[in-house]
Design a protein around this ligand. Sequence first.
Ligand code: GLU
Length: 498
Amino acid sequence: MPSQPKIRTRFAPSPTGYLHVGGLRTALYSYLIAKQNNGDFILRIEDTDQERLVKDGTVNILQSLYWAGIIPDEGVKLDKNNKIVQAGDNGPYIQSERLEIYQKYVQELIDKGCAYYCFCTQERLDKLRQEQQKNKIPTGYDGCCLNISPEEAKKRVLNGEKHVIRLKMPKAGETSFLDLIRGKVSFKNELVDDQVLIKSDGFPTYHLAVVVDDHLMKITHIVRGEEWISSTPKHIQLYKYFDWEIPQFAHLPLLLNSDKSKLSKRQGDVAVNDYQNKGYLPEALINFVALLGWNPGDDQEIFSLKELIQEFKIEKINKSGAIFNLDKLNWLNGSYLRQMDIKDLTQKCLPYLIQSKLIKSEKDVNLNYLQKIVKLEQERLKHLDEIIDLTHFFFKDKLNYQSDLLIWKKSDREHTLNNLSIIKDSVEKIDSTNFNKENLEKILMPMAQDRGVGDVLWPMRVALSGEQNSPGPFEIAEVLGKKESLKRIVSAIKLLEK
Ligand code: GLU
C-alpha cells in the first residue's frame, strides 16, 4: 500500500490589519488538524492585493498568533526579536515574492487553452454589469475576449495593450466537491465566472495564487471561512487543468453576534489584540474560540491546547453559524483566572496597575501587599484590566467620595457618625499583629448586630474603599492594615462632621 502523504495544513492571512477572532479560529482548527496527525502547520502571507496592505499587518497577525500559542512549523515566522523570518523548503512563503512562479503557471494555462487574455475596459465591464443587473440575470464576464485568436492576443499584449488573464471556466455541467463539514457541495458551471487570474498590474489574484501555492506547498487540508466556498469551484477547475491532486476542503461557518448578524466591530471587539489588551488569557481565548462551532459531544467546556489536539474532530463542526457569546468568554476567562497561582496572577495584573499609574513601577511596589489585594478580587475578576477599577482605592492616599455615601439606606448622619466612632475605638484596640478578618469580625460583628448590620458595616466599608461596591469591610481592613484603616475611618468621620 502506498503510504499516506504527511498531513499539511496552512493559515493564509492577508496582512490587511489585525488578526480577527474568526481568523484565530481558522488558524487554530488548521493547527489542530496538523498536530493531531503529526503533520505540519504552515503560515503563508497572501499579499497580492497591494491596495489593501497595511503597514505592520504581517507582524501584527503573527504576534497575535504567537501570543495565542499557535506557532507555525514552516513558512512565515517571528524570530526572538519579533522580526519576520521565513523557514522551510517550499518558500518563499510571501506571495509578493512569488510573482515569477505565478507567471510560469499562468503561461501553462494559456498554452493549454485553459486561460485567455482579456482586453475589455473597465468601462465595458461596468456597463455589462449594469445591463445584467437591469435584466436580472447573474452578473459575470460574458466571454467577449474568448473569440480573440491566440496569435492576435499575443500581438496585442506585445503592443503593450492593457489586459488581464482569465480562467476559461467550462460552461456545461457542474463542479462538486466533498466538504469535510458540509458534505457534497455542487455548483453549476454556467454560474461560475471566468475569474481574473492575473490582474493588469501583473499581480496574480488570490484565486490563482492560492491554488498554485497550496499545491507547491503540498497542502493536504484547506480550512477556511465559509465566505470562500463559492470560490472553490474555480479552484477545483484550476487543479483539474493543472492535473494536480485536489486537497480536502473544510469551510467553517460564520461567526455571529448574539442577534445572529455577522460578527462585526460595531457590536464589540473582533481583533485578537483587543482581547489581549483587555487581559484575556491566551489559553482562555483559544478554549473559547475552539468551541465556536465545535463541541466534543459531551459537556466538557475547559480544554487546554493539548486536550484540543486530542479531542478536536473536524466532522463535529456545526454547519450553521456560531454565536460569539461574550458572557461565555468572560466566564471561561474568569475560571482560568481563578485557577491561577496568586503570584502569577499578580504578575499579570502588574502591567495594568502600572499603565493606569496606580503603581509607579514594579520596583516601587510591595509584592506581598499587592498579592493580598489581587487575592481579594481573584474570584470576581473576569479580565485583567478590571483590576484597575476593582482595586484602585487601595493605592490612593486620599479617597474621593461624598459624605452621603457613608449613610446606609434609612440610617442618618448622627447614627452613622456614632457607629464610625465606635468602629474606630474598637479597631484601635486590636493588636496590629492580629489585625485580620477573623479578629475584626469577632470584635465588630456583635456591635453591628446591636446597632444594625447595614448601619455599621456599610459606613465602615465606604470609609475604607470610597466605593459603592467593593469587597467586605473586614477583608479590606485586613489588607490595608491597622494604621491605614484607622486613617481612612478618621477621614470618614471628619467628612461627616463637616
Ligand atoms: N487570504 C485569504 C484570507 O485572508 C485566505 C483564504 C484561504 O484560506 O484560502 O481570508
